[in-house]
Ligand binder design. Structure first.
Ligand code: ATP
Ligand code: MG
Length: 250
């Protein structure tokens, strides 16, 4: 057990806007780390940098001790980092099963179950794991939002990631849906995935994580346990400054 992912002074400017500024943090192997911060704090941009969707303006990213800064998204997936999206984007005209099969075709290096039964069986199993059994043949465009979030998770897991980045997995879900999805996320570390989870639903997220980092205006302002974070003056101020959003962690 050591550090699996680390950023050093990671920075992204969009013109004059510092969306991510000198952010250094690490993720331990087997850890589930939370990332919080008000709207526009730079959370999704941080994921876009780690996964190669954006090139950093400065700083470094290392994965298992090797520098991955500047690699392309498909290269990063192959190394073993996958993500889900704040706004899900499946192939709408394909079925749930076909969507997952496509992701199964690009597993990480050294991963890739090449057992008999192959890809379709693996895709069916993944759909079952995320609670979509019976919906394999439905077109993605006909699936409700909650199921699309599950499908997105199955697609990310299909690449057999060692690090999985979840961007607001609970967004748009009702309490019932959250309480059925949450245990699936909770057991991911036992299944060999180290997790970073961005979430605005703080109460639900704080139950899952042992450590949380907080971003505000692109900077990391806190790093600690959920208890420490919910008492941190800078964190409270960051949230109060944004229209009185409360930091209720229950
Ligand atoms: N591709 C882009 N081009 C220009 N500006 C961008 C781009 N992506 C993000 N930004 C800006 O960077 C800042 C950080 O955005 P980001 O999406 O990372 O925030 P966030 O913390 O994920 O917010 P939210 O909680 O609303 O999802 C915002 O001011 C946003 O408008
Ligand atoms: Mg975001």
């Amino acid at each position: 057990m050591g550090i699996i992912l680390e950023t050093q002074e990671l920075t992204k400017y969009f013109g004059g806007l510092g969306a991510v500024r000198n952010v250094s943090f690490f993720l331990n192997e087997g850890e589930m780390l939370g990332v919080i911060g008000p709207n526009g704090a730079g959370k999704t941009t941080l994921f876009n940098l780690i996964t190669g969707f954006l090139k950093p303006s400065g700083g470094d990213i290392s994965f298992r001790g090797k520098r991955i800064t500047g690699l392309k998204p498909h290269q990063i997936v192959r190394r073993g980092i996958a993500r889900t999206f704040q706004l899900v984007r499946p192939f709408h005209q394909l079925t749930a099963l076909e969507n997952v099969i496509i992701s199964c075709l690009s597993p990480r290096e050294g991963g890739g179950e090449k057992k008999n039964g192959g890809v379709e069986e693996k895709a069916r199993r993944l759909l079952g794991n995320v609670g979509l059994s019976g919906k394999e043949g439905m077109l993605a465009k006909d699936l409700p939002h909650g199921d699309l979030k599950r499908l997105d998770l199955a697609r990310a897991l299909a690449t057999e990631p060692q690090v999985l980045l979840l961007d607001e997995p609970f967004a748009g879900l009702g309490l019932m849906e959250i309480s059925s999805l949450s245990p699936l996320i909770q057991k991911l570390p036992q299944e060999g995935h180290s997790i970073i989870i961005i979430e605005h639903k703080l109460r639900e997220m704080m139950k899952l994580v042992a450590r949380v980092i907080t971003l505000n205006f692109g900077e990391k302002i806190a790093d600690g346990t959920p208890e420490e974070i919910s008492r941190d003056e800078k964190v409270i101020q960051a949230y109060l400054g944004k229209g009185g959003m409360t930091l209720a962690t229950g």
